[in-house]
Design a protein around this ligand. Structure first.
Ligand SMILES: C[S@@+](CC[C@H](N)C(=O)[O-])C[C@H]1O[C@@H](n2cnc3c(N)ncnc32)[C@H](O)[C@@H]1O
Length: 171
C-alpha cells in the first residue's frame, strides 16, 4: 500500500460544481485523479488522505467505484459527501492533520529542498504533500523530487511512477 497525505489549507465546505477553483476543489480533484487513475484502470494499492483545515478528513482507497478521472466527476463525490451520501472506498470523518500523521511511524515530507528521492531507499511509502499554499515545518524525512516547484497532483504522479519502478515494503 502507498499512502499520500495532503495537507489542505482550506475548510471542507459547500462549493459550486461550476466553480471548482473557488475553494481549490480543482486541486483536490486533481490529487484524487493522479493518485488512482491509470489508463482504463484504478490503482488498488493506494490510500489518499485529504486533510482539510476544519479537521475534516476524506480518506479514499482503491475500492472506489464509478468515479471518472475528470475533475467534475470527482468533485461530484465530494459534493455528495457534504450532502450526507456515502460511497464505497470513501471514508469521511473528523480528525486533525496531526492525528493522521501520528498513525505512521515513518513518513516522508515532500520538500523541494529535501534529499533527492533518487538517492534514498523508501522504507514505507507514506508521503505528506502540501497544497498551493505549501506545508508548515513538519518533523520528518524531507525528500525532493527536483529543484522545480510542482503542483501537488503532479508530485503524486511522479511518486507513483517512482514507486512503480522500485520494490518497497507496504505501508
Ligand atoms: C505547489 S507546491 C507548494 C507551493 C507553495 N507556494 C510553497 O512554496 O510551498 C505543493 C506541494 O508540493 C510539494 N512539492 C512541490 N514541488 C516539489 C519538489 N520539487 N520536491 C518535493 N516536493 C515538492 C510540496 O510538498 C509542496 O508543499
Amino acid at each position: 500500500m502507498r499512502v499520500f497525505i495532503i495537507k489542505l489549507n482550506r475548510a471542507f465546505e459547500n462549493f459550486e460544481l461550476n466553480n471548482l477553483s473557488e475553494n481549490r476543489m480543482d486541486l483536490v480533484a486533481r490529487c484524487v485523479s493522479s493518485a488512482f487513475f491509470l489508463d482504463h484502470d484504478i490503482r488498488r494499492d493506494v490510500k489518499l488522505l485529504l486533510c482539510f483545515d476544519n479537521n475534516k478528513v476524506v480518506e479514499i482507497s482503491g475500492e472506489i467505484r464509478q468515479m471518472r478521472p475528470d475533475e467534475r466527476s470527482i468533485a461530484g463525490f465530494f459534493k455528495g459527501l457534504l450532502q450526507g451520501k456515502r460511497y464505497n472506498g470513501i471514508r469521511f470523518y473528523e480528525a486533525s492533520f496531526n492525528d493522521i500523521i501520528k498513525r505512521y511511524k515513518v513518513f516522508y515530507v515532500l520538500d523541494r529542498k529535501g534529499r533527492d528521492i533518487k538517492e534514498i531507499r523508501i522504507d514505507k511509502p507514506v508521503f505528506i504533500i502540501g497544497d498551493d499554499l505549501g506545508l508548515p515545518d513538519i518533523e520528518g524525512r524531507k525528500i525532493s523530487l527536483g529543484p522545480l516547484s510542482y503542483m501537488a497532483s503532479h508530485c503524486i504522479v511522479i511518486l507513483n511512477n517512482h514507486l512503480d519502478g522500485v520494490i518497497y515494503e507496504s505501508a
